[in-house]
Design a protein around this ligand. Structure first.
Ligand SMILES: CCCCC/C=C/C(=O)SCCNC(=O)CCNC(=O)[C@H](O)C(C)(C)COP(=O)(O)OP(=O)(O)OC[C@H]1O[C@@H](n2cnc3c(N)ncnc32)[C@H](O)[C@@H]1OP(=O)(O)O
Length: 290
């Protein structure tokens, strides 16, 4: 009786994400999933060169992997990058700049889904941040329960740098990690924290000298739940996170409408166009030098 009640509770708390994840016909998988047969811990590596920017296929692949991890009873999930410079460059700017409207609606729904899937993941989650993590990359990291970062990287919700106001639920993910006054200042500045600054303010929990060390620290965090009943742990996490999640679940259509209006606004499109052009220019000049 109790078990069915608990399972019912989980069903209520976890929004149903029944998206069939079809990653594109690309040859290389967009995510790499390895489960350590000794520890039972799953490592999910983002694998979309050059910067793991989040497009529909990559986000669907992340959701598919999380669903698999929850289904195969892994003891925990470590999110990291197959790229040793960039954890995740955030949303793919090609999806936002002069977007196809139908695709933008799908893109935004998947963006909401990937945050929900990671934020509510029933197993313990940790991010081994082995590269830069701006905007949506920072969001993935803050959706995890623990964060270990390598030196000389940057992390933060920098949306105001390109004319965007992060959606309420994105701000809530920041507020689940940072004190309000600091989150407000960082959001309004579009601040990218250095690794040392991020540790100082609590945006990350530890610094590691190498990816291997970061993965080991994330495993240690996951091991800290070894004495907790997995079902009770999962329910407790979902219960604590429910108020933030419900703010999105209660009005996904409203969030989508607000996003469409904002992303199609001249403010954003002009800001984004200039920002994207500057990025490409930087990349071209780098290529010119090498
Ligand atoms: C609507 C907003 C909702 C709120 C939540 C989330 C919003 C977002 O996530 S919007 C995206 C914000 N992302 C960024 O501001 C990051 C921009 N990128 C960078 O700062 C850097 O690329 C880097 C630090 C991530 C990596 O630097 P580096 O290793 O030097 O690589 P390059 O800058 O030379 O870039 C290589 C290559 O990748 C392209 N690129 C970079 N970021 C993105 C991106 N987010 N989307 C699409 N493409 C991206 C860049 O233009 C280069 O392309 P090529 O010119 O073709 O080489």
């Amino acid at each position: 009786m109790l078990r069915s009640k608990i399972l019912n509770r989980i069903r209520l708390l976890k929004p149903v994400i029944d998206r069939r994840c079809m990653s594109s016909a690309s040859k290389t998988p967009l995510t790499l999933l390895e489960v350590d047969d000794k520890s039972g811990i799953a490592t999910l590596s983002l694998n979309r060169p050059p910067v793991n920017s989040l497009n529909i296929d990559l986000m669907n692949s992340i959701i598919e992997s999380i669903t698999e991890i929850e289904g195969n009873k892994s003891r925990g999930l470590i999110l990291t990058s197959a790229n040793d410079r960039v954890f995740c460059a955030g949303l793919d700017l090609n999806e936002l700049h002069k977007p196809n409207q139908e695709r933008l609606k799908e893109f935004w729904a998947v963006f909401q889904d990937v945050w929900l899937a990671l934020h509510l993941c029933s197993v313990p989650t940790a991010a081994a941040i082995n590269g830069h993590a701006p905007a949506g990359g920072c969001l993935l990291a803050t959706a995890c329960e623990y964060r270990v970062m390598l030196p000389q990287m940057t992390i933060g919700l920098n949306e105001t740098q390109f004319g965007y106001m992060a959606p309420k639920w994105v701000m809530l993910s920041y507020l689940s990690v940072l004190p309000r006054r600091l989150a407000e200042r960082a959001l309004t500045q579009g601040k990218l924290f250095t690794t040392a600054e991020a540790l100082d303010v609590g945006l990350v929990d530890e610094i590691a000298a190498s990816k291997e060390e970061a993965l080991a620290k994330c495993s240690t965090f996951i091991d800290s739940f070894s004495k907790a009943n997995p079902l009770a742990r999962s329910l407790t996490k979902k219960q604590i996170r429910e108020p933030d999640v419900q703010k999105l679940i209660a009005d996904r259509a409203g969030d989508l409408k607000e996003c469409l209006e904002y992303i199609n606004s001249p403010l954003l499109q002009d800001g984004l166009g200039a920002y994207f052009e500057a990025l490409k220019q930087k990349s071209r000049s780098k290529a010119g030098k090498s």
